[in-house]
Unconditional design. Structure first.
Length: 285
């Protein structure tokens, strides 16, 4: 069985990209499930799949994060990877689906878990907003704050891979700098009535089509307003995702022994230290 990819709410479990993409396992928050039930569910996933990878938003409420770590601690399992990522909710959903796609490939659980940080850099996640006055996940200038108070103002904000902000209304509307590689656009509409994302942003970014989905429940809190249109442009072709992950050198974690790519193990969080690089840095005798 492929490594299980779990999400922290049902609205982050996007429909499969194709018939080969496994479904996501959906975990429950502490308010909806007892600790004993959470332990039983994760234990069942481990028994069925061997390893479980859980990408979640870094802004996930502290009680939920504490529950995840408590369950892993009680199970005394080094086969559960808890991966906080600095992405808004729709971006987390897209990342989880990419990991689900890759879980059926020839990657080991360690490579799959550590690939989350790599893939997150290729997800262009943002939103169209009527105001940025309370937005605290993306840097906002004083000028933008002041402009937010003007009637009819709307903004396009990019949270990842690098913060951007553009005013999309007025005499000289701006535009966000988009990806330089082929992507598809996922759009989730809140209470903001606008087609700017699909009629202006999508053509400017030359996306290979767009799909609409339901707005995640946590999006309004993340973006500090329910009046928004959230979007995420990402690679959806499995062959491209596979080449991207395969192109990175694989190493062995010196702590838990699993394979990894990048500079940190996805399961034990131990940083990778290249022994050859350490030798080169030693001063000459």
């Amino acid at each position: 069985m492929p490594t299980a990819i779990a999400v922290t709410s049902g609205d982050l479990a996007l429909p499969p990209s194709d018939r080969h993409t496994p479904l996501a396992a959906v975990l429950q928050p502490p308010s909806a499930q007892s600790l004993e039930a959470s332990i039983a569910d994760l234990h069942a996933l481990l028994e069925q799949h061997g390893y479980v990878v859980v990408p979640y938003a870094a802004a996930l409420p502290a009680p939920y994060v504490q529950r995840l770590h408590a369950v892993r601690s009680v199970l005394e399992s080094d086969r559960i990877a808890l991966l906080p990522v600095d992405l808004p909710p729709l971006g987390v959903a897209v990342l989880a689906r990419q990991l689900r796609q890759l879980s059926v490939c020839d990657f080991s659980p360690g490579v799959l878990a550590s690939a989350a940080r790599l893939l997150a850099h290729y997800i262009y996640a943002g939103a169209q907003l009527p105001t940025v006055t309370r937005l605290d996940h993306v840097p906002v200038s004083l000028t933008a704050h002041a402009t937010s108070w003007l009637p009819g103002s709307e903004f396009a904000v990019l949270a990842s891979p690098a913060p951007q902000l553009a005013k999309v209304t007025g005499a000289e509307p701006g535009l966000l700098e988009g990806p330089s590689f082929a992507t598809r656009l996922l759009v989730a509409r809140g209470r903001l009535q606008s087609d700017w994302v699909t009629t202006v942003l999508a053509p400017a970014w030359r996306v290979q089509g767009h799909l609409e989905t339901a707005l995640p429940a946590d999006s309004a809190g993340w973006w500090a307003t329910p009046r928004l249109v959230e979007f995420a442009a990402a690679i959806t072709e499995l062959s491209v995702l596979h080449r991207l992950v395969s192109s990175v050198r694989r190493e062995l974690c010196r702590w838990c022994g699993l394979e990894l790519i990048g500079d940190r193990c996805g399961f034990c969080s131990a940083p990778f230290a290249d022994p050859h690089a350490q030798i080169e840095r030693l001063p000459a005798q």
